[in-house]
Design a protein around this ligand. Structure first.
Ligand code: AMP
Length: 219
Protein backbone atom coordinates (compact mmCIF):
# COMPACT_ATOMS: atom_id res chain seq x y z
CA UNK A 1 0.00 0.00 0.00
CA UNK A 2 2.93 2.41 0.47
CA UNK A 3 3.68 4.92 -2.26
CA UNK A 4 0.08 6.04 -2.55
CA UNK A 5 -0.28 9.73 -3.31
CA UNK A 6 -3.07 10.94 -1.06
CA UNK A 7 -3.44 14.71 -1.19
CA UNK A 8 -5.96 16.71 0.80
CA UNK A 9 -7.04 19.99 -0.79
CA UNK A 10 -8.45 22.39 1.81
CA UNK A 11 -9.92 25.83 1.37
CA UNK A 12 -13.13 27.77 1.70
CA UNK A 13 -15.99 27.01 -0.64
CA UNK A 14 -15.18 28.86 -3.85
CA UNK A 15 -11.41 28.77 -3.27
CA UNK A 16 -10.97 26.75 -6.46
CA UNK A 17 -10.53 23.25 -4.98
CA UNK A 18 -12.71 21.54 -7.60
CA UNK A 19 -11.12 23.41 -10.50
CA UNK A 20 -7.60 22.57 -9.33
CA UNK A 21 -8.38 18.94 -8.57
CA UNK A 22 -9.80 18.44 -12.08
CA UNK A 23 -6.46 19.69 -13.47
CA UNK A 24 -4.29 17.69 -11.06
CA UNK A 25 -6.06 14.39 -11.80
CA UNK A 26 -4.40 14.35 -15.21
CA UNK A 27 -1.02 15.35 -13.81
CA UNK A 28 -0.83 12.64 -11.15
CA UNK A 29 -3.14 9.93 -12.53
CA UNK A 30 -5.08 9.67 -9.28
CA UNK A 31 -8.85 10.20 -8.98
CA UNK A 32 -10.57 13.34 -7.77
CA UNK A 33 -12.61 12.28 -4.76
CA UNK A 34 -15.11 15.03 -3.98
CA UNK A 35 -17.67 14.12 -1.32
CA UNK A 36 -19.79 17.06 -2.54
CA UNK A 37 -19.85 15.57 -6.07
CA UNK A 38 -20.69 12.08 -4.74
CA UNK A 39 -23.54 13.51 -2.65
CA UNK A 40 -24.86 15.71 -5.48
CA UNK A 41 -24.89 12.69 -7.82
CA UNK A 42 -26.94 10.77 -5.23
CA UNK A 43 -29.40 13.68 -4.91
CA UNK A 44 -29.74 13.93 -8.68
CA UNK A 45 -30.31 10.17 -9.02
CA UNK A 46 -32.91 10.29 -6.24
CA UNK A 47 -31.29 7.38 -4.33
CA UNK A 48 -32.17 6.82 -0.64
CA UNK A 49 -28.87 8.51 0.24
CA UNK A 50 -29.75 11.47 -1.98
CA UNK A 51 -33.19 11.84 -0.41
CA UNK A 52 -31.61 11.72 3.03
CA UNK A 53 -29.05 14.49 2.41
CA UNK A 54 -30.78 16.87 -0.04
CA UNK A 55 -32.32 19.17 2.59
CA UNK A 56 -29.13 19.46 4.62
CA UNK A 57 -27.07 20.23 1.52
CA UNK A 58 -29.48 22.83 0.17
CA UNK A 59 -29.36 24.63 3.51
CA UNK A 60 -25.55 24.73 3.34
CA UNK A 61 -25.07 22.56 6.44
CA UNK A 62 -22.86 19.49 6.77
CA UNK A 63 -24.16 15.94 6.46
CA UNK A 64 -23.14 13.56 9.25
CA UNK A 65 -19.52 12.54 9.73
CA UNK A 66 -20.54 8.88 9.85
CA UNK A 67 -22.23 9.07 6.46
CA UNK A 68 -19.38 10.79 4.58
CA UNK A 69 -16.73 8.60 6.23
CA UNK A 70 -18.61 5.53 4.97
CA UNK A 71 -18.79 7.02 1.45
CA UNK A 72 -15.05 7.73 1.40
CA UNK A 73 -14.24 4.27 2.78
CA UNK A 74 -16.25 2.73 -0.07
CA UNK A 75 -14.65 5.01 -2.65
CA UNK A 76 -11.14 4.05 -1.51
CA UNK A 77 -11.90 0.40 -2.30
CA UNK A 78 -12.41 1.14 -5.99
CA UNK A 79 -9.61 0.16 -8.38
CA UNK A 80 -8.69 3.68 -9.50
CA UNK A 81 -8.06 4.80 -5.91
CA UNK A 82 -5.34 2.23 -5.27
CA UNK A 83 -2.59 4.69 -6.26
CA UNK A 84 -3.99 7.47 -4.09
CA UNK A 85 -6.54 10.24 -4.37
CA UNK A 86 -7.05 13.98 -4.48
CA UNK A 87 -9.44 14.66 -1.65
CA UNK A 88 -11.69 17.66 -2.19
CA UNK A 89 -14.25 18.65 0.46
CA UNK A 90 -13.17 15.81 2.75
CA UNK A 91 -12.17 15.88 5.56
CA UNK A 92 -14.28 18.79 6.75
CA UNK A 93 -14.30 18.21 10.51
CA UNK A 94 -11.71 16.98 13.01
CA UNK A 95 -13.68 13.74 13.41
CA UNK A 96 -13.43 13.16 9.64
CA UNK A 97 -9.68 13.95 9.66
CA UNK A 98 -9.12 11.43 12.44
CA UNK A 99 -11.25 8.83 10.66
CA UNK A 100 -9.25 9.42 7.47
CA UNK A 101 -6.01 8.70 9.33
CA UNK A 102 -7.53 5.50 10.67
CA UNK A 103 -8.68 4.48 7.16
CA UNK A 104 -5.32 5.13 5.50
CA UNK A 105 -3.10 3.75 8.27
CA UNK A 106 0.65 4.20 7.83
CA UNK A 107 0.16 5.12 4.23
CA UNK A 108 -1.60 8.30 5.20
CA UNK A 109 -1.93 11.75 3.80
CA UNK A 110 1.20 12.94 2.02
CA UNK A 111 0.31 16.63 1.93
CA UNK A 112 -2.49 19.04 2.74
CA UNK A 113 -2.71 21.93 0.29
CA UNK A 114 -4.54 24.93 1.70
CA UNK A 115 -5.88 27.19 -1.05
CA UNK A 116 -5.97 30.60 0.60
CA UNK A 117 -8.51 33.07 -0.81
CA UNK A 118 -10.03 36.12 1.02
CA UNK A 119 -13.65 35.78 2.10
CA UNK A 120 -15.02 38.62 -0.07
CA UNK A 121 -13.49 37.02 -3.15
CA UNK A 122 -14.92 33.56 -2.47
CA UNK A 123 -18.35 35.10 -1.80
CA UNK A 124 -18.22 36.84 -5.18
CA UNK A 125 -16.99 33.66 -6.91
CA UNK A 126 -19.73 31.50 -5.39
CA UNK A 127 -22.49 33.99 -6.24
CA UNK A 128 -21.45 34.09 -9.89
CA UNK A 129 -20.70 30.34 -10.20
CA UNK A 130 -22.79 28.22 -12.54
CA UNK A 131 -22.30 24.48 -13.03
CA UNK A 132 -23.24 21.82 -15.53
CA UNK A 133 -25.63 19.37 -13.89
CA UNK A 134 -24.30 16.55 -16.06
CA UNK A 135 -20.51 16.80 -16.15
CA UNK A 136 -19.81 19.31 -13.36
CA UNK A 137 -18.07 21.83 -15.66
CA UNK A 138 -17.79 25.18 -13.89
CA UNK A 139 -18.78 28.48 -15.53
CA UNK A 140 -19.29 32.13 -14.54
CA UNK A 141 -22.71 33.79 -14.78
CA UNK A 142 -21.37 35.94 -17.64
CA UNK A 143 -20.19 32.96 -19.75
CA UNK A 144 -22.22 32.13 -22.82
CA UNK A 145 -22.89 28.62 -21.45
CA UNK A 146 -24.45 30.13 -18.31
CA UNK A 147 -26.52 32.60 -20.30
CA UNK A 148 -27.74 29.97 -22.76
CA UNK A 149 -28.03 27.31 -20.02
CA UNK A 150 -26.21 24.71 -22.14
CA UNK A 151 -22.83 23.14 -21.34
CA UNK A 152 -20.18 23.42 -24.08
CA UNK A 153 -18.62 20.08 -23.03
CA UNK A 154 -21.62 17.80 -22.89
CA UNK A 155 -24.80 19.73 -23.74
CA UNK A 156 -26.07 19.31 -20.14
CA UNK A 157 -28.08 21.98 -18.29
CA UNK A 158 -25.99 24.77 -16.74
CA UNK A 159 -27.56 25.91 -13.46
CA UNK A 160 -26.87 27.79 -10.24
CA UNK A 161 -26.47 25.38 -7.32
CA UNK A 162 -29.14 25.98 -4.65
CA UNK A 163 -26.33 26.22 -2.10
CA UNK A 164 -24.63 28.97 -4.16
CA UNK A 165 -27.49 31.33 -3.28
CA UNK A 166 -26.80 34.10 -0.71
CA UNK A 167 -28.22 32.57 2.51
CA UNK A 168 -26.64 29.20 1.88
CA UNK A 169 -23.29 30.80 0.96
CA UNK A 170 -23.26 32.67 4.28
CA UNK A 171 -24.13 29.50 6.15
CA UNK A 172 -21.47 27.43 4.35
CA UNK A 173 -18.74 29.96 5.05
CA UNK A 174 -19.71 30.09 8.75
CA UNK A 175 -19.64 26.30 8.84
CA UNK A 176 -16.20 26.36 7.22
CA UNK A 177 -14.81 28.71 9.88
CA UNK A 178 -16.29 26.74 12.74
CA UNK A 179 -15.77 23.12 11.63
CA UNK A 180 -13.15 23.03 8.89
CA UNK A 181 -10.65 25.84 9.64
CA UNK A 182 -9.40 23.90 12.72
CA UNK A 183 -8.05 21.29 10.28
CA UNK A 184 -5.35 23.77 9.27
CA UNK A 185 -3.65 23.44 12.67
CA UNK A 186 -4.37 19.68 12.66
CA UNK A 187 -2.34 19.22 9.47
CA UNK A 188 0.22 21.86 10.42
CA UNK A 189 0.98 19.97 13.64
CA UNK A 190 1.72 16.91 11.51
CA UNK A 191 4.08 18.89 9.26
CA UNK A 192 1.78 18.31 6.27
CA UNK A 193 0.30 21.75 5.64
CA UNK A 194 1.30 23.93 2.70
CA UNK A 195 -0.55 27.14 1.88
CA UNK A 196 -0.91 28.23 -1.74
CA UNK A 197 -2.25 31.65 -2.77
CA UNK A 198 -5.56 30.88 -4.48
CA UNK A 199 -6.03 34.50 -5.56
CA UNK A 200 -4.13 34.02 -8.85
CA UNK A 201 -5.12 32.75 -12.26
CA UNK A 202 -6.09 29.04 -12.30
CA UNK A 203 -2.93 28.30 -14.33
CA UNK A 204 -0.71 29.99 -11.75
CA UNK A 205 -2.41 28.18 -8.87
CA UNK A 206 -1.87 24.83 -10.66
CA UNK A 207 1.80 25.72 -11.22
CA UNK A 208 2.25 26.63 -7.54
CA UNK A 209 0.66 23.35 -6.39
CA UNK A 210 2.77 21.28 -8.78
CA UNK A 211 5.91 23.07 -7.57
CA UNK A 212 5.12 22.21 -3.95
CA UNK A 213 4.34 18.55 -4.73
CA UNK A 214 7.61 18.35 -6.67
CA UNK A 215 9.65 20.09 -3.92
CA UNK A 216 8.37 17.57 -1.40
CA UNK A 217 9.56 14.77 -3.68
CA UNK A 218 6.04 13.36 -4.00
CA UNK A 219 5.82 13.32 -7.80
P1 AMP B 1 -19.06 20.94 -1.64
O1 AMP B 1 -19.38 20.76 -3.08
O2 AMP B 1 -17.78 20.28 -1.22
O3 AMP B 1 -19.15 22.38 -1.19
O4 AMP B 1 -20.20 20.14 -0.83
C1 AMP B 1 -21.55 20.47 -0.97
C2 AMP B 1 -22.32 20.04 0.27
O5 AMP B 1 -22.20 18.61 0.46
C3 AMP B 1 -21.82 20.63 1.59
O6 AMP B 1 -22.33 21.93 1.83
C4 AMP B 1 -22.34 19.60 2.59
O7 AMP B 1 -23.74 19.72 2.79
C5 AMP B 1 -22.11 18.29 1.84
N1 AMP B 1 -20.74 17.76 2.09
C6 AMP B 1 -19.76 17.60 1.16
N2 AMP B 1 -18.66 17.07 1.72
C7 AMP B 1 -18.96 16.92 3.04
C8 AMP B 1 -18.22 16.44 4.16
N3 AMP B 1 -16.95 16.03 4.04
N4 AMP B 1 -18.84 16.42 5.37
C9 AMP B 1 -20.11 16.82 5.52
N5 AMP B 1 -20.87 17.31 4.51
C10 AMP B 1 -20.30 17.35 3.27
Amino acid sequence: MSGRLNLVVLGKQGAGKGTQCKRLVEEYAIPHVSTGDILRAAVKAGTPLGLEVAGVMNAGALVSDELVIRLVDERFKEADAQRGALLDGFPRTLAQAEALEALLGDDGIKLCINLEVPIDLVTARLSSRRVCQECGAIYKDTDIEAISGTCANCGGDVIQRVDDQPDAIRKRLETYERDTAPLLSFYESRGLLVTVDGDQSPDDVTKAIKAVVHEKGLA
